[in-house]
Ligand binder design. Structure first.
Ligand code: FES
Ligand code: FE2
Length: 363
């Protein structure tokens, strides 16, 4: 088995090898070389509305926090105690300060060390100002919180490379969360992401669940390493896709080309789903070389009435997707596993995703 990085040239077609989808060694390299070096979705700004609110987020192998401090600012802090290195907070919530459960060092919401038990007798000469929590970077995109392990990360606006402009009219900060669904999937996170940007499977895997949509109208656009894609409804179908979830209000200010169904990717692992009435974050968290967890948070206009069974259709589509990516995982170790010709247009985003991925991974 080859798990050492190798240069795969030329960068054409489907270049990743089977072991990139199951090797622990490769998974470790990914945490270090990809997730430690990109902006990672942490949650919604609405979860940080009050002083003391915080998010716990895993950035590669780095446990991190985003806190709302008394000055109203957001802080990205490494969730690692400066005494002996224990991870401190484990669940999102609200605190007045950050206490380490091990030996009770305490930090304020900006990460400054504020209290060391037995300081004068056991830690003579310790200067608390020297032992604050290490910092990362935090940035907002219209209500979505992103964090980076590096305090000097490139600005989020550079990273978005125009993607934010294409999605700007949704303005998710004015929307309210109406549903959270979590799916545990027995497949490598890249199989899930590649499936999300695979337009070809819409015709077949979702032939029933997405039958109202005209996949031939797919408008797929690359923005640096990211993608947006939109499609229209079929002729004769309700042109107001809001009809699919009665009770949800239309999002005002959208243009005709924002409407209908959109499926997008913020590289590497935040997918988005949009419609005229909803905006959903689909956070694909790697949990091991052969597993991932997908958390979908759906936002809608505040005055929307959440329909009963309104997410049945999401469960159906997700069930189909999970089944497909788990089938890939089940065969990826087979000596017969290989990837043949890729569809020129409808699978092009997968090829481009792999090129961006290879750039980070030194392939
Ligand atoms: S490891 Fe946190 S106080 Fe000791
Ligand atoms: Fe799908």
């Amino acid at each position: 088995m080859t798990t050492q990085p190798t240069r795969l040239q030329p960068l054409e077609g489907y270049v990743l090898q089977p072991e990139h989808y199951y090797s622990q060694e490769w998974f470790d390299a990914e945490q270090k070389n990809l997730f430690n070096k990109t902006w990672v979705f942490a949650g919604l700004e609405a979860q940080l509305s009050e002083v003391g609110d915080y998010l716990v987020v895993q950035v590669g192998y780095q446990p991190m926090l985003v806190t709302r401090s008394k000055d109203g600012k957001l802080n990205a802090l490494h969730n690692v105690c400066r005494h002996r290195g224990a991870k401190m907070l484990t669940e999102c919530g609200r605190v007045q300060g950050i206490s380490c459960p091990y030996h009770a060092w305490r930090y304020d919401l900006t990460g400054e060390l504020t209290h060391v038990p037995q300081q004068t007798t056991q830690f003579p000469g310790l200067e608390t100002r020297d032992w604050g929590l290490l910092k990362g970077s935090v940035a907002l995109w219209d209500g979505l919180v992103f964090v980076h392990a590096d305090p000097d990360a490139q600005p989020l606006s550079h990273w978005f490379a125009g993607l934010d402009k294409r999605l700007a009219r949704f303005r998710p900060s004015r929307l309210r969360e109406i549903n959270v669904s979590v799916y545990a999937i027995k497949a490598n996170w890249k199989f899930f992401v590649e499936n999300h940007i695979d337009w070809l499977h819409l015709y077949y895997l979702h032939s029933s669940s997405l039958k109202d949509f005209a996949h031939d109208t797919g408008e797929l656009t690359q923005h640096g390493p990211h993608w947006t894609s939109f499609e229209n409804v079929r002729d004769g179908q309700d042109s107001n896709a809001a009809g699919r979830r009665p009770g949800l209000k239309e999002i005002p200010g959208l243009h005709a080309d924002d409407a209908f169904i959109g499926a997008h990717l913020i590289f590497p692992n935040l997918a988005l789903l949009t419609s005229p009435t909803s905006f959903a974050t689909v956070n694909v968290q790697p949990t091991g070389p052969e597993t991932c967890e997908v958390e979908i948070r759906t936002l809608a206009m505040p005055e929307s009435v959440v329909p009963k069974n309104g997410f049945k259709e999401l469960d159906q589509v997700m069930g189909e997707d999970c089944s497909a990516v788990e089938r890939l995982q089940q065969s990826v170790r087979s000596s017969a596993f290989s990837v043949g010709p890729m569809a020129k247009r409808w699978e092009e985003p997968i090829v481009k995703f792999q090129q961006s991925y290879c750039g980070f991974m030194g392939l």
